[in-house]
Unconditional design. Structure first.
Length: 183
């Protein structure tokens, strides 16, 4: 037990290597204490982790006269495990989780989709900048304002064949530019 006393004293001086050694020497026995109380390994491991954080934060208050190091640490783990058992149970079954997920699900794009959309929008804006003014304007009138080729011809005062050529060539250039940026 003198070795544990020495490790506790070094931990009180914030010696991380001493704390790692303290953990190595005592974690198995302390995990067993937590397991006896909660009877689930995943919970016991979480309790052990929380307990060691508590030990690290309060080791400077450890008094060898009042208790042995192992007794002090066992008390911390046991009390944490008892608190864990007494807490309200908030775990849900897989069926309940499926229902929750279905209710939360929506058609809104997720973060990855929004990132892709932002990248696509940026690439599209860049590619639109490579088009001639007539091509850009005719594509905007068609796709943003919903005008037909004949409505664009009337609006712009150009022959229908010219409008169709601007749109076709503009779309070809856009497709080529977007393919080049996505490659």
């Amino acid at each position: 037990m003198d070795a544990l006393d020495d490790l506790m004293a070094r931990c009180a001086m914030r010696d991380q290597r001493a704390f790692a050694e303290l953990y190595r020497q005592t974690s198995g026995r302390l995990l067993a204490v937590a397991l006896r109380v909660v009877r689930r390994r995943d919970w016991a491991e979480e309790i052990l982790q929380e307990s060691f954080v508590n030990i690290w934060n309060h080791v400077s208050h450890f008094d060898r006269v009042r208790s042995a190091p192992m007794t002090w640490m066992t008390t911390i783990v046991r009390n944490r495990a008892l608190d864990w058992v007494r807490r309200p149970k908030h775990e849900t079954s897989d069926e309940e989780l499926d229902g929750i997920v279905e209710n939360w699900a929506d058609d809104a794009p997720g973060p990855l989709d929004r990132l892709r959309n932002a990248a696509d929008s940026s690439a599209l804006a860049e590619c639109l900048g490579t088009l001639s003014g007539q091509q850009r304007q005719s594509i905007a009138l068609a796709y943003l304002h919903g005008l037909s080729h004949s409505e664009m011809a009337e609006h712009l005062g150009q022959p229908l064949g010219t409008i169709k050529t601007w749109v076709r060539r503009g779309l070809e250039r856009l497709r080529g530019c977007m393919d080049a940026t996505s490659a």
